[in-house]
Design a protein. Structure first.
Length: 331
């Protein structure tokens, strides 16, 4: 351990970590130690690897963060799971604060058993908020996911829906969005009504395509066992034995939200996702998401889960952009 000071100048200290399997450690470090370089850059430490040992140089708080990141990446690699760029970025963002408290569980990378199996791949939530959200969707009949873009609200909801569908818990999947115009007019777009509204539905098609083979998804859509439709098409229906997702719910009016929520039928589950900062409704029109949040909190079997910029799983800059806009809104 380095001395605390030399000639009155504070000195950086060292921590030592030892890992049992050098082959697993290679996966943690990444090709040409690229993962270590990211940890060094983002956590302001220096990491020296000697065989199966790591020497971490930095101040106490930064070293503590780096130690947890390395230990949990090792636990993930030990299970045979890949360490992707998004996993690494998420773990660094969710590392302990300077007061020593951590906002993640110790076993963030899958030891808690929160996984969603679909036809094409297994999805593993990366942050505590995502894990709590997924658990709540399996446990409750109606769940809300509220937070900024890129936090996985819709993606994880669709994954849960596919999981319940392929396991026979529900008979169909219904994915919906309000077709709110954001500058362009629907009537000006070419084609029939399906052609006009499909661009609004594309994010839902994209999510579905990640979890089901294309031919199977197309067949299920043709058979109406999977429906992707604008919110207006839900009026007058009773949705039974279905997993139902309403995306971009901040753009539903109060009456539309009430209409949608009261479609819930026997054996169905419903998920409402939205971002309160991205309302595209005309000035003076109340967002149905805000009303639902106010009115339904505290009702049994209805869950509310919230996300922040720390839960963004897109490019790391997305989290920084969201934080900058949030800070400006609060100033």
């Amino acid at each position: 351990m380095a001395e605390d000071a030399v000639g009155g100048v504070p000195q950086l200290q060292e921590s030592f970590l030892e890992f049992p399997d050098n082959r697993v450690l290679v996966e943690v470090c990444g090709e040409h130690d690229k993962n270590l370089a990211v940890i060094e850059r983002d956590l302001s430490v220096q990491i020296v690897r000697r065989g199966n040992q790591m020497i971490i140089v930095g101040d106490e708080d930064d070293r503590a963060k780096a130690e947890i990141v390395l230990q949990e990446l090792y636990a993930r690699a030990e299970q045979g799971k890949p360490i992707e760029k998004g996993d690494l970025n998420a773990k660094i963002r969710m590392s302990p604060d300077t007061d020593g408290q951590t906002s993640t569980q110790k076993e963030m990378f899958g030891k808690s058993g929160v996984e969603i199996r679909t036809r094409k791949k297994t999805i593993e939530p990366r942050t505590d908020a995502q894990k709590a959200y997924v658990k709540s969707l399996f446990e409750n009949d109606l769940g809300f996911g509220i937070g900024p873009a890129g936090t996985g609200k819709t993606y994880l909801a669709v994954a849960v829906g596919v999981n319940l569908f392929i396991n026979g818990v529900v008979d169909k999947i219904i994915l919906s969005r309000p077709a709110v115009e954001a500058g362009e007019k629907l009537g000006y777009l070419p084609g029939d009504m399906k052609d006009k509204v499909d661009p609004y539905m594309q994010p839902l098609y994209d999510a579905l395509g990640d979890f089901l083979p294309a031919k199977q998804a197309a067949k299920l859509i043709e058979e109406k066992r999977i429906e992707i439709a604008p919110l207006a098409f839900m009026r007058g229906r009773t949705l039974s034995n279905a997993f139902v997702v309403l995306d971009e719910a901040q753009n539903a009016t109060t009456m539309q939200m009430k209409m949608f929520l009261t479609r819930l039928g026997e054996g169905s589950r419903m998920v409402i996702t939205g971002d309160r900062t991205q309302v595209d409704l005309p000035r003076g029109v109340q967002s149905g998401l805000a009303d639902a949040e106010r009115l339904l909190k505290g009702i049994d079997r209805i869950s509310f889960n919230y996300f922040t910029a720390k839960d963004v799983v897109r490019h790391p800059l997305v989290a920084a952009i969201i934080q900058a806009y949030d800070a400006d809104a609060e100033s």
